[in-house]
Design a protein around this ligand. Structure first.
Ligand code: GDP
Length: 195
């Protein structure tokens, strides 16, 4: 897709009303520092549209980016940052759950995990949560360039096992450095946007 316009249209806090969008939405979730801003910037061909987080976990908002007036990237707040209080974590959970349950236009949920690590309890929780809300999350295994090519198949297997993915569920290794995986992600988005 050729990106012509990117507008951060809506920023939702804990108590904000969610927008009633009429365009297809694509949500991105993952723990802080996993590379979500880098992925979004790479998808949008922008250097610094989504803020790369120097203070992980700080943004506790759901951000809706209108792309080409054709679809939305929905940036869900990062999770699993130790310094966030229990109260903030509970609010965060409610906010994401409300979005997953309420959004009529949500077409696909992308869950980001670091390709180098076994999924954490939070990753697993998020995965199960998305599944229990009726979606099959597409897993994006980030920071692919940090592994040797020979290490990739095992790392992919560890993630699939750790999350309890079904055979047919999609996992895309991705690197914001080399942009590997970018086209595959775009293909999924474009296909689902048309359904
Ligand atoms: P976020 O908190 O999930 O939005 O993560 P960021 O996009 O801010 O990335 C966190 C850190 O990981 C930053 O230092 C990025 O430069 C780095 N990073 C993100 N993606 C990649 C990648 O694909 N390869 C490498 N080598 N570093 C990455």
């Amino acid at each position: 897709m050729i990106i012509k316009t990117v507008d951060l249209e809506t920023v939702c806090g804990v108590t904000s009303r969610l927008p009633e969008n009429t365009l297809p939405e694509f949500a991105f979730a993952g723990k802080s520092n996993v590379g979500k801003s880098s992925l979004i910037n790479a998808l949008m061909n922008r250097k610094a549209y989504a803020r790369t987080s120097s203070q992980p976990g700080k943004t506790q908002t759901i951000n809706f980016y209108n792309i080409n007036k054709a679809l939305y990237y929905v940036d869900l707040p990062g999770y699993g940052y130790a310094k966030v209080s229990l109260e903030a974590k509970a609010k965060w959970g409610k906010m994401i759950e409300r979005y997953l349950q309420k959004s009529a236009m949500l077409k696909m949920v992308f869950l980001l995990v670091d390709i180098r690590h076994e999924p954490s309890a939070n990753d697993k929780m998020m995965y199960d949560w998305v599944v229990s809300n009726g979606y099959h999350p597409v897993i994006i295994a980030t920071k692919l360039d940090k592994l040797k090519r020979s290490q990739v198949p095992k790392a992919v297997k560890v993630i699939r096992m750790g999350l309890g993915m079904e055979k047919e569920d999609i996992l895309i290794p991705f690197s914001a450095e080399t942009k590997q995986g970018r086209e595959e992600i775009w293909e999924l988005i474009e296909q689902a946007a048309q359904e």
